[in-house]
Design a protein around this ligand. Structure first.
Ligand code: GCU
Length: 603
């Protein structure tokens, strides 16, 4: 480690602790603005971009754009933001140029924007829907903050830094490197995309604004009480909750800017949300400050479904009725878009689910785009949403724990007004150690604290020593998820029946993964690995076994579409995980798709 006191010390090249200053301001869920129902001024489009494999923008403070030395002499700078090529935001850099396909370092984005206030005292926020993985934001030469996490939203209040005098210069460094200390860590079974791959917007709000709200049916089995929490950025006054179609116009008084109210509704008139009846109500929150001037106050609108999800013994109850989750898992990976998505792609996935006679999707392994839950609310699909606490996380590391807890909070704050989301998952296939138990039970408790209305789960591993479904984490979960690959990774298929027979599940069990690979169009015998025939025969055996165990409350085979995976390079996979029931083209169905279609039709 170079010593600053050495007389030939040069910070730009010797300061190995350079990230210190950029880790002092972390952008976390505590600063997250609920942007649903607000006017979003898009910053999407062409941004200047340059790779930065040595992270020099942050090491050498390029973002300050200092061209002259202290004595006013021009310096030979190495940056040229306005001259750099442009890439499209939202978009992973990997899919925008062949030379960037495998790039996993830091990338520098830059664009300008003008700001003209519309109201005196208004606040201005910069909102990122998702950037992978560590993102440092600079505005007009000033460091604003750094966000950890590759798939959850974060907000930056730039009111104090934005200028009306000239073009604002926004520079964003996104570091996509994998690390054993990140969430996920550096070894996963999917492709590590990088960049500003989701939308970026500017959002205006009044000087005192509605920062967040949470409105839901009280899960007490009466379907007659709606609870609303509201958080007004430190303001005093009152908030009116309006749900006109339910005749609710309820006042919520504020204490230090926060308030809560419970409002009765006639359970006969309330149309409960479900996949078969995706009923959404117009909801609005209006804020009236104590000393209101003509321009004061705030209003947000949303469309919300009201439903109750609970467990009873081994059953999952939706609105009091036992349901079977007829699902499938899905990654966000797209053969053309990378990890970026759009409404057509989301609607197509829900269409494919319904064609399979399904009602439920496991969004793996990290929070998908915000629009997925919004569209699932409208089209009627149940969702499992998950943070990427995947495989061997550094459970003993304090910052790793902070990062995971923050990603969970950002996910829950983003989607807890979405009826389609019924399960928060705190992870996938983690070895059962003391550190993992402490870390993940902590996540489960945090999920419950942020949202008392949903179920908490995780995709656990079978105890292959005792040959049963048993995981100490289950005690902290409402539902035990279990991944099993009997008939594929473990050829001894009979173990599945033995394991399920050995299991005395006191709570619902979801088979959160099963399956096997098949190259679309590969036809052979049922004994030939990676043939559609093998995959079909495996699925037939799997679903026949599930039918014998009523404690299985749902299944989500792995996986709807083939997806990119840089760990799978045999002639049938060629860089893809081919366990999809539909090819990566998101069109060509394999034989096993129809096994699930028939199985779900019968349920
Ligand atoms: C694991 C894991 C998935 C992975 C799958 C597979 O269960 O959860 O992320 O892709 O198995 O091996 O295909």
């Amino acid at each position: 480690m170079a010593d600053e006191k050495s007389e030939n010390y040069v910070a730009d090249i010797h300061n190995t602790a350079y990230m210190g200053e950029y880790r002092e301001v972390l952008l976390e869920h505590t600063g997250l603005l609920n942007i649903d129902g607000r006017n979003l001024e898009s910053l999407n489009g062409k941004w200047h971009f340059c790779v930065d494999p040595y992270d020099t923008c942050r090491r050498a403070h390029w973002f300050k754009e200092i061209r002259l030395s202290d004595r006013g002499v021009e310096q030979p700078v190495d940056w040229d933001f306005d001259a750099w090529e442009r890439v499209t935001v939202p978009g992973t850099w990997n899919m925008q140029a062949p030379e960037l396909y495998w790039y996993e370092g830091s990338g520098i984005y830059m664009r300008t924007f003008r700001y003209v206030p519309q109201k005196t005292g208004e606040r201005l926020f910069l909102c990122f829907e998702g950037a992978s993985y560590e993102t440092s934001v600079f505005l007009n030469g000033v460091f604003i903050g750094t966000h950890d996490g590759g798939s959850t939203p974060f907000t930056v209040d730039i009111s104090g830094t934005v200028t009306t005098e000239r073009e604002n210069r926004l520079i964003v460094v996104v570091d996509a490197r994998r690390s054993p200390l990140r969430v996920p860590m550096d070894n996963t079974d999917w492709f590590n995309y990088g960049g500003l791959y989701r939308d970026v917007y500017l959002v205006r709000a009044p000087a005192v604004y509605i920062k967040d709200w949470f409105v839901r049916l009280v899960p007490d089995g009466t379907f007659s009480k709606i609870k609303a929490d509201v958080d007004v950025s430190g303001g005093e006054g009152k908030v009116i909750l309006d749900i006109p179609e339910l005749g609710i116009e309820g006042e919520i008084s504020l204490e230090q800017g926060r308030g809560s109210g419970v409002f009765t509704v006639d359970s006969q008139t309330l149309s409960l949300w479900s996949p078969e009846n995706p009923k959404l109500y117009d909801v609005s929150f209006r804020f009236f400050p104590e000393r209101a001037g003509p321009e004061d106050g705030d209003r947000v609108n949303d469309r919300v479904g009201f439903r109750e999800i609970k467990t009873r013994g081994q059953e999952i109850l939706l609105n009091g009725r036992s349901i079977f989750l007829k699902g499938i898992a899905v990654h966000e990976d797209h053969y053309l878009l990378g990890k970026t998505t759009n409404t057509e792609t989301i609607r197509a996935a829900i269409r494919d689910l319904k064609e399979m006679n399904g009602n439920y999707l496991r969004l793996a392994h990290d929070p998908h785009d915000r629009r997925f839950a919004r569209i699932a609310d409208e089209e009627g699909a149940l969702l499992w949403e998950e943070i990427p606490v995947y495989w061997a996380i550094a459970f003993e590391n304090k910052n790793t724990r902070r990062d995971a807890e923050n990603q969970l909070a950002e996910l829950i704050l983003r989607d807890r007004n979405r009826a389609s989301v019924i399960i928060w998952s705190v992870g996938n296939e983690n070895a059962d150690t003391e550190e993992r138990l402490d870390f993940m039970s902590g996540l489960a408790k945090k999920a419950k604290a942020l949202d008392e209305t949903r179920l908490v789960s995780a995709a656990c591993l079978v105890n292959h020593e005792k040959l049963k479904i048993e995981d100490r984490l289950s005690e902290f979960l409402d539902i035990t998820g279990v991944n099993e690959y009997y008939g594929w990774y473990d050829p001894d298929f009979d173990k599945l029946f033995r394991i399920l027979s050995n299991t005395s599940a006191g709570k619902p069990v979801l088979v959160t993964e099963f399956g096997g690979g098949a190259r679309s169009g590969q036809r052979a015998s049922v004994n030939d690995l990676f043939s559609e025939d093998f995959q079909e025969a495996l699925y037939i055996k799997q679903v026949a076994t599930f039918k014998k165990f009523p404690f299985i409350a749902g299944i989500s085979p792995w996986i709807l579409y083939d997806f990119r995976c840089p760990r799978r390079f045999n002639r049938y996979q060629e860089g893809y995980n081919r366990k999809g029931l539909i090819d990566a083209d998101r069109k060509t169905k394999k034989l096993a798709f129809f096994v699930m279609q028939n199985f779900y039709k019968e349920r």
